[in-house]
Every structure is written in structure tokens, then in C-alpha cells.
Design a protein around this ligand. Structure first.
Ligand code: FAD
Length: 490
């Protein structure tokens, strides 16, 4: 197509990535300025380009988010074009065919993605195409929060204090009066995404419980936020570690895929505070600091070597991790014999989500009790979490394993029994996910191996048959983990 028209009357392409929403989407807002027609695009990039694509549960979430965004655009007379291929090739063909005068996106922070974006940004101005990138996933760009020496923070406290003082932009409204430019069928065919938007698993249908638990997309994310503000925020500071009831926001997949923006969330907290909605400031501040941890993880993703592959603390490269296929499988299947670990791992498999405390317990169990490389666990989470996040997941695994930035010390080994007793005192969480233990009274439900034969019989449990005996002894496993850790220090 000829490109003699002025760049402001030529269509603008909006390349959606981790920002699957209409509201507070600066790339979309910019594209619509002056009534220009837009082409809304999502590209499934192939693995070969080195990016870590969503898989399993997160891919399921992504598909649902794309479908709801597409539906929202169709209501406004357009659509989301979901294509597959190397971004540079797809965009090249699209610019050629549509004569678009501009390309806009919101930034991503992984090294491979940034490299691709840099190349595209450098190549297009020579073709008369304006390129713009915007901040939309974080409160502040990672390079703007640095210590006085200019180096990135490696400790959360000062990072958070610096971020807390920074000005946070207000979210943008959704654009009104969108107009759309068409896309040639030939392009849609050439870069077709083979599985379509809703390739929900059928045989076996592993998404049954996920569908029951989650509504994907922007409107569902905002409803989830409203629920949290109304129901849970008031108790957040005190109750957030409880496993036996809903105490946290469950906003993580919406934030991961940008169904809800972090600035919308920030503003909603401020409005809630100013409304005097009966919520103590402690809850709001605690919640904000969790959002700060998310920013801290993204700062690590931006500044460090690929987080899912490399220990941030290089001395952990010498950790004598064990190869233990049997232990790894037992952990994945929720068959370790430690009820709090097993309940969590079964919840993860069924629903694609876990409470932060449960994530810490199971991660600690893998990296310390089983002494299995944290990267194995990180990979499993990557496949099974709906919110599998390129920053939060590896950074948090490294935090638990001790190899990360400002990490939990390796010698702090969670005791799965006392963790269960403290955060699930009545065994409600365990019994929800391990029905085979439902008849065991509360004190025993976190340590069934200490029940007497009569108690086991009364609860209809045969250890080793209906429920496993512990695959490791806590004290021995702890001693082994500490010896391995000491070996790092010579
Ligand atoms: P809330 O308590 O309601 O917190 C609100 C938001 O703050 C979360 O949605 C999340 O975006 C952010 N947040 C909260 N806690 C943390 C934290 N410790 N680190 C970073 N951000 C945080 N979070 C992910 O979003 N994706 C992951 O893949 C992921 N993997 C994890 C793996 C391990 C081993 C651990 C220990 C934690 C992981 N987390 C991950 C962080 C945290 O557990 C989840 O964000 C949180 O449990 C999600 O539930 P929520 O939305 O109800 O959290």
C-alpha cells in the first residue's frame, strides 16, 4: 500500500503484550489520538526468539484474556488480530500491507523481549513509521529507581523507600470513539495462530476447576479488585497469611497479563483510603508493599541475567543439589506425606493458583527438604500457575531458595507441620484438598504419622495406602540441607 498519506491520517498499530486491557493503556491511547484508525494486534512469538512463552495454565489465561479483549474491541466495531510469527516479520508485513504510519506498544522487561523491541525501534523511523513505547506494567520503570551511586538496589527496604517517594502517574481512561483499519485476509492467513483463541483442553480437560474458579479479562479483573477492597483489604495486614480462608486479592493473574493495571490498583487504594472506607491504613500499606515486591522482582528481571536460569548469588552455583526423580514427582503430585505441602500442590494443579504462604512452604520443601534445584520447581510453577510471571516466579523461587536478592537465609528451613498448625489451625485448607484426611481431627491433620493405629482406623486412613507416609524425615532433611549450604562456604 502506498504510504504518501500524512503519518497522522495513516493507521496506527497497537501491539498488545502484557497489557490486555482498554483502560490505562498508554499505547492504545496514543494510537487513537486525533481519531486515527487503529489496528489492534497480539503476536504469539515463537520460542526460538528466546522469550519464555506462557504455557499450560498461564496460556489458558492468556487465551481467555485475548478473547475478552477481542470481544470488547468488537463491541466498538473492531477486533483484536491474533497472529503468530517472529514479531519483526509480522510487523514488517503488516506495515507494508496497511501503510500504517505508527507502531505503539507498552514496554516489557525481559532481556530477549527488550532486544527485539530495540531492533524494531531502531529500524522503523527510516521507513517513515513513528514508533513509541510506554510504561504500563509497573509503578515506575526499573531504571528510575536506583541508589545514589546509580546502581540498582539489591535489598528490598531501600528499594521500597525510594519507590514509595516516587510520583505515581494517574491511570488513563479507556479511549472513546475508536475507529479501526482493516487487515488483509492474506496477512491473517499467512501468520495465522493455529490453535485459535480458545483451545481449551478437552482430553483430559485439566481446566475444569480453573474455569469454575476464574473469570478472565479486564471486567472480571476490575470486579475482583472491587471485591477485595470491599471484603478483604480491612483484614489484610493481620490475616493475609491464613490459608484457610480468602484473605488476599487473587489479582495476580490479572496483573500478570495486564487485565488490570498497577496504576488503577494504586489509585483505587488511595481513593479507598481517602474515602475513609473503614479500612485501617495498615492494611493498605501492607498491600502496597506487596505491590512493591512485584516491582522489586521486575527490577531484578531487568537488571540481572535471565532470572529463571541463573542464581543471583553466584556462590549458589556450587550447591550440591540432588537428582531425585521420585521426590520431584511426589512433590508435583502432592504425595509427599506432608499434608500442608500436598494440599497446596493439589490446589495448584486444580486451580492454577496458590496463596503466597503456600508457595513459600512448597518451594522451601523442594529446595531444602528434598534439596532439589529450585529451577525444577520454578519450571513446574511456570507450567501450572495461571499467574506464571517472568519476574515474580523466578525471583520468588530464588528468594525462598536463598540464592536471590535480599533472600530468605537458606538456614531458615520451614517446618511443614508447624506452618500448617499456624496458618491452617483447624485443617480446613488441608481437608479441602486432601479429602482422604477429612476425618482426622485438627491437631493430627498436619502430622498423620503421629496418630495412633486406633485414630487412623477411626479416620479410615491406611498410611502408605490411602495417604503416603512422609517421604523424608523433617529433622534429617533439615540437617542435610544445612550441611549442603555450609559446604558452599567451604
Ligand atoms: P496479594 O497478597 O493480594 O498481593 C497483591 C499483588 O501483589 C499480587 O497479585 C502480586 O502481583 C503482588 N505480590 C504479592 N506478593 C508478592 C511477592 N511475594 N512477590 C512479588 N509480588 C507479589 N506471583 C506472581 O504473580 N506470579 C508468579 O509466578 C509467582 N510465583 C511465585 C513463586 C514463589 C515460590 C513464591 C514464594 C511467590 C510467587 N509469587 C508469584 C508471589 C506471590 O505468591 C503471588 O503474587 C501472590 O500469592 C498472588 O496472590 P494474590 O494476588 O492474592 O496476592
Amino acid at each position: 500500500m502506498a504510504t504518501t498519506a500524512s503519518p497522522v491520517t495513516r493507521p496506527a498499530i497497537v501491539w498488545f503484550r502484557d497489557d490486555l486491557r482498554l483502560r490505562d493503556n498508554p499505547a492504545l491511547a496514543k494510537a487513537c489520538q486525533g481519531g486515527r484508525p487503529v489496528i489492534c494486534l497480539y503476536i504469539h512469538e515463537p520460542r526460538e526468539v528466546g522469550r519464555r512463552n506462557p504455557q499450560g495454565a498461564a496460556l489458558w489465561w492468556l487465551h481467555g484474556s485475548l478473547a475478552t479483549l477481542d470481544a470488547a474491541l468488537r463491541e466498538r466495531g473492531g477486533q483484536l488480530h491474533v497472529l503468530a510469527g517472529e514479531a519483526e516479520q509480522v510487523l514488517d508485513a503488516l506495515l507494508e500491507q496497511t501503510g500504517a504510519g505508527a507502531l505503539y506498544w507498552n514496554r516489557r522487561y525481559d532481556a530477549a523481549g527488550r532486544e527485539i523491541d530495540k531492533r524494531i525501534k531502531a529500524s522503523l523511523p527510516a521507513r517513515g513509521v513513528e514508533v513509541g513505547s510506554f510504561s504500563a506494567s509497573l509503578l515506575r520503570e526499573p531504571w528510575t529507581i536506583a541508589s545514589q551511586s546509580g546502581a540498582p538496589y539489591r535489598v528490598f527496604g531501600p528499594f521500597w523507600r525510594a519507590l514509595r517517594q516516587a510520583q505515581i502517574e494517574a491511570p488513563l481512561p479507556a479511549p472513546v470513539n475508536l475507529t479501526f483499519a482493516p487487515l488483509a485476509v492474506e496477512i491473517a492467513r499467512r501468520f495465522a495462530y493455529p490453535s485459535g483463541l480458545e483451545p481449551d483442553p478437552q482430553q483430559p480437560d485439566w481446566a475444569v476447576a480453573m474455569r469454575a474458579q476464574w473469570e478472565r479479562g479486564e471486567e472480571a479483573g476490575l470486579a475482583c479488585l472491587r471485591d477485595f477492597l470491599d471484603e478483604d483489604l480491612a483484614g489484610y495486614a493481620d490475616d493475609r497469611d491464613r490459608l484457610d480462608s480468602k484473605t488476599t486479592s487473587r489479582l495476580s493473574p490479572y496483573l500478570r497479563f495486564g487485565n488490570v493495571s498497577i496504576r488503577q490498583l494504586w489509585q483505587a487504594l488511595s481513593s479507598h483510603q481517602h474515602d475513609g472506607a473503614g479500612t485501617g491504613d495498615r492494611g493498605i500499606e501492607k498491600f502496597r508493599s506487596e505491590l512493591g515486591w512485584r516491582e522489586f522482582c521486575y527490577s531484578q528481571l531487568y537488571h540481572c541475567r535471565p532470572l529463571h536460569q541463573h542464581n543471583i548469588q553466584p556462590d549458589f552455583d556450587a550447591m550440591p543439589w540432588r537428582r531425585d526423580e521420585h521426590g520431584l514427582l511426589a512433590w508435583k503430585r502432592g504425595m509427599t506425606g506432608y499434608p500442608i505441602v500436598d494440599a497446596a500442590m493439589r490446589q495448584l494443579w486444580a486451580t492454577g493458583w496458590l496463596h503466597n504462604r503456600a508457595r513459600m512452604i512448597v518451594a522451601s520443601f523442594l529446595a531444602k527438604h528434598l534439596l532439589i534445584d529450585w529451577r525444577e520447581g520454578e519450571r513446574w510453577f511456570w507450567e501450572t500457575l495461571v499467574d506464571a510471571d517472568p519476574a515474580n516466579n523466578p525471583a520468588s523461587w530464588q528468594w525462598v531458595a536463598g540464592s536471590g536478592a535480599d533472600a530468605a537465609p537458606y538456614f531458615r528451613v520451614f517446618n511443614p507441620v508447624t506452618q500448617g498448625e499456624k496458618f491452617d489451625p483447624d485443617g480446613i485448607f488441608v481437608k479441602t484438598w486432601l479429602p482422604e484426611l477429612s476425618r482426622l481431627p485438627a491437631p493430627l491433620v498436619h502430622r498423620p504419622w503421629t496418630a495412633s493405629p486406633a485414630e487412623l482406623e477411626a479416620a479410615d486412613i491406611r498410611l502408605g495406602e490411602t495417604y503416603p507416609a512422609p517421604i523424608v524425615d523433617h529433622a534429617a532433611a533439615r540437617a542435610r540441607a544445612l550441611a549442603a549450604w555450609r559446604s558452599l562456604r567451604g
